[in-house]
Design a protein around this ligand. Structure first.
Ligand SMILES: C[S@@+](CC[C@H](N)C(=O)[O-])C[C@H]1O[C@@H](n2cnc3c(N)ncnc32)[C@H](O)[C@@H]1O
Length: 279
């Protein structure tokens, strides 16, 4: 395939497929506890995500794809990293090995890129998303996709939020995670308080009835920091108190809140910097 030698495997017990036993490694469970998917590695699922990982300069370790019609990205992978093994197998074997109900055309393992530091993420960020205790990787991936798509390409996560490079997070972000800058911070209230200055609006997003209607927030300084919280508990009182403003998205009577990524999408759009038409 495009210069890549496909190593066709037909034994699901083949040792070379060990990195692709995604379920057996308990990646979902590990990700919830913030541990890297596999030390030093992350998993990209599907051709688009693999393509984006390659485009971002991530270094592939191995790939597993359908043997009958390998997707085009396999050729790209081969040209970027000709020595990386690419295994080919049928649907049933890929399903058995990966444990994924729907066997994707390609799954690739990559080395984790080195993390950004907090100062690197903060530098020059005019729109900064602060994420507290969002421990579900699917929600975190959706948040990342929202942030990346709406011009909030800088994220700070507390220690209890999921790993942005967890399998489900990478997949839900559709690979946009490779284009954002993110870092961890152990003390979010202190960070939010420190960021407050004359050119910065810090907003705690909360459905609380005593928060101001987000729609009334129209005067925006150069920098906006938006904090979103956990699915059950919401933002801690400490982060809310450290913020300059508590804002709510008005809800239909009887419905208490939105999913965190849906709420963030509304707020990121409302408080964002609009890109020029066409780009
Ligand atoms: C499911 S909600 C948490 C609900 C929680 N009971 C609370 O009171 O915050 C998860 C996060 O989404 C955001 N959120 C959800 N619905 C919202 C709304 N209507 N207005 C503002 N923020 C909202 C907040 O940042 C919240 O911390």
């Amino acid at each position: 395939v495009g210069g890549v030698t496909l190593v066709v495997v037909d034994d699901p017990a083949d040792e070379r497929l060990a990195p692709f036993r995604l379920r057996e490694r308990g990646l979902e469970a590990l990700a919830r506890h913030r541990a890297p998917s596999v030390p030093g590695w992350f998993v990209a699922e599907g051709d688009l995500v693999v393509e984006r990982a390659l485009a971002a300069g991530c270094r592939p370790v191995a790939a597993l794809c359908r043997a009958d019609r390998p997707p085009g990205v396999v050729a790209t992978l081969g040209s970027v990293a000709p020595d990386v093994p690419v295994y080919g197998a049928g649907d049933q074997l890929r399903r058995t090995v990966t444990g994924l109900g729907v066997p994707l055309d390609v799954v690739a393992i990559f080395e984790r890129p080195s993390a950004s530091t907090l100062p690197e993420v903060l530098a020059g960020a005019r729109r900064l998303l602060v994420v507290e205790a969002v421990d579900n990787p699917t929600n975190l991936g959706a948040l990342v996709r929202t942030a990346a798509g709406l011009g909030w390409g800088h994220l700070i996560l507390d220690d209890s939020s999921a790993d942005p490079l967890a399998r489900r997070a990478v997949r839900t972000s559709m690979g946009t995670v490779f284009g954002v800058r993110w870092a961890r911070c152990v003390d979010l209230p202190a960070l939010v308080a420190d960021l407050a200055d004359d050119d910065t609006l810090t907003v705690a997003l909360t459905p609380a009835a005593d928060a101001v209607d987000l729609g009334t927030v129209t005067e925006l300084p150069d920098r906006v920091v938006l904090a979103v919280g956990a699915e059950r508990a919401g933002l801690t009182p400490e982060v809310q108190q450290a913020s300059g403003l508590r804002a709510r998205i008005p809800m239909t009577a009887g419905v208490d809140s939105l999913n965190v990524a849906a709420a963030a999408a509304i707020a990121c759009f409302h408080l964002g910097i609009r890109p020029p038409p066409g780009g």
